[in-house]
Design a protein around this ligand. Structure first.
Ligand code: NAD
Length: 488
């Protein structure tokens, strides 16, 4: 395997005030390949001093440049960044797979998503429309959309490029200055993308910055800084709650994209040939480390046996291994702690349910170097089991069955989360009833995991606050001002 990872470990710096800077701590974060344990590179282990400098520099660039009032400049900048990524996809995909572990094919898809998102928001930068309204005789109102100011983006490790760009693109399109704090497990791919930002001359110097380091210290400074007007956070629901509390310091605007426990609901009239591979993919993509994972399967009792038989066959054919191999379907988990967590949940599942396949760490040969876990299906679980209720963030599918549409809807909604759902049926009426009844930000009918920059995404209940993507996603990064004219 080592011939696949010949790249030398490099040192990655913060990008502050348009310059590459070293942390005041002079300490570094090690980034290691979760498939092999090899060192991928070093990033800065930044301190409070570093993040405060970064906040000051973005604040200053926002105040002194024309960025907030020059949509055409923003359009040019985002489009050029899209081109830069497009020209470097193979290099970036390789680096992302080495740092995060996901199959190279998934890395390419993720980066293509970054390009598409940047192109969409490049155009959207020129459409930050408000409204006007006649209010009473002689009184005319203009409802204007303006940038918020300085936005802090805190992003997770599971889709490190797209989830950063998904927020960076609309925040910049709306005219804000931005500071990014990427996850400590995946700082390198994030900084590598900033090297491309550095190549784009249309960005005013200092308008966008990245500082790597621990969430609990520098992320927390961002949450409480009075110079940051908004935090856009993607991550765990419990961290989201901490950030909400920090943001109270100056009543910061918040956009929260949090966890999920999403169901695929399979009725007796489901198109199973299409459903089986897509349901399998919905939970085993990124080794289940994806917020919208279809981690619960709710299946009508009359087709349960067939569905589980076919899903088991699908699962056992998956090739688990080093993501750099083109043949790999599922890579490792991202870290030892993630591996331990998934293992713990499987032990609970073993006690309270029936493991149909998987349920163990993969060992032997190259598996011993990384955090590989067998794709797992657990059946016969009750609604109060932790495997059904809690987000595992691993390749573990929890199965329950139902006997009526009402029961299916009740089970689908019996969760603290509400990020997404899949409904599988040939009946239009049933599809409509279920999609309106399920409390989730996205409901896919006879498909799953289809996302577009123009279609809003976000959570009901504890899966989040606000929407990302689409027109609403752009408006999240705007303030609204009423300008009132009274004529004599
Ligand atoms: P996490 O909450 O542990 O970390 C996310 C980010 O927050 C990281 O950059 C981390 O350094 C930072 N952070 C940690 N503690 C902090 C604090 N006290 N103050 C400020 N920042 C802090 O999440 P993770 O493990 O990186 O990601 C997995 C979670 O993200 C899962 O729950 C998943 O469902 C969720 N997620 C949601 C979406 C979505 O769009 N809804 C997308 C991807 C991931």
């Amino acid at each position: 395997m080592s011939s696949l990872t010949e790249q030398k470990p490099a040192v990655y710096y913060n990008y502050v005030g348009g310059e590459w800077t070293e942390s005041a701590s002079r300490e570094r974060l090690e980034s290691r390949n979760p498939a092999t344990g090899e060192l991928v590179g070093y990033a800065q282990k930044s301190t409070e001093t570093d993040i405060l400098q970064s906040i000051d520099s973005v604040y200053e660039a926002y105040r002194t440049s024309d960025w907030g009032v020059n949509p055409k400049r923003r359009y040019e900048a985002l489009l050029e960044l899209a081109r830069q990524i497009e020209n470097n996809i193979e290099h970036l995909a390789r680096l992302m797979t080495m740092e995060q572990g996901k199959p190279i094919r998934e890395s390419r898809v993720e980066l293509a998503g970054c390009v598409d998102t940047l192109k969409y928001f490049a155009g959207a930068a020129r459409t930050v429309f408000g409204r006007s309204v006649q209010l009473e005789p002689g009184n005319f109102g203009v409802i204007a959309k303006e940038p918020i100011g300085v936005v802090g983006i805190i992003s997770p490790w599971n889709w490190p490029a797209l989830l950063m760009i998904r927020e960076l693109a609309p925040a910049l399109a709306a005219g804000n200055g931005v500071i990014v704090k990427p996850a400590s497990l995946t700082p390198i791919i994030s900084v590598e993308l900033f090297k491309l930002i550095d190549q784009v001359p249309h960005f005013p110097k200092g308008i966008v910055s990245i500082v790597t380091g621990p969430g609990q210290s520098i992320g927390a400074v961002m949450g409480s800084s009075k110079k940051i007007d908004m935090i856009s956070f993607t991550g765990d629901t419990s961290t989201g709650k901490t950030i909400m509390a920090l943001a109270a310091s100056n009543i910061k605007k918040l956009a929260l994209e949090l966890g999920g426990k999403s169901p695929n609901v399979v009725f007796e009239d489901a198109p199973l040939d299409k459903a089986i591979p897509l349901i399998g993919r919905s939970i085993f993509i990124s080794a289940g480390q994806i917020c919208m994972a279809g981690s619960r399967l709710l299946v009508h009792e009359s087709v349960k046996e067939e569905v589980l038989f076919r899903l088991k066959q699908y699962t056992e054919k998956l090739s688990v291994g080093n993501g750099l191999l083109e043949s790999t379907d599922m890579g490792p988990l991202v870290s030892q702690s993630q591996l331990d967590l998934v293992n713990e949940y499987c032990e609970i599942g073993r006690r309270e349910g029936n493991i149909i396949t998987g349920g163990y760490r993969l060992t032997g040969g190259a598996y011993d170097q990384g955090y590989f876990f067998a794709p797992t299906i657990i059946d016969d679980l009750s609604s109060d089991c932790r495997v059904v209720r809690e987000e595992i963030f691993g390749p573990v599918l929890a199965v329950q069955s139902f006997s009526s549409d009402e029961e299916a809807l009740a089970l689908a909604n019996d969760t603290d989360f509400g990020l997404s759902a899949g409904v599988w049926t040939s009946s239009l009426n049933r599809a409509m009833r279920m999609s309106r009844g399920i409390q989730a930000g996205t409901v896919w009918i006879n498909t799953y995991n289809k996302n577009f920059p123009e279609a809003e995404f976000g959570g009901y209940k504890q899966s989040g606050l606000g929407r990302t993507r689409g027109v609403d996603g752009l408006m999240e990064y705007c303030e609204t001002k009423h300008i009132h004219f009274e004529m004599d």
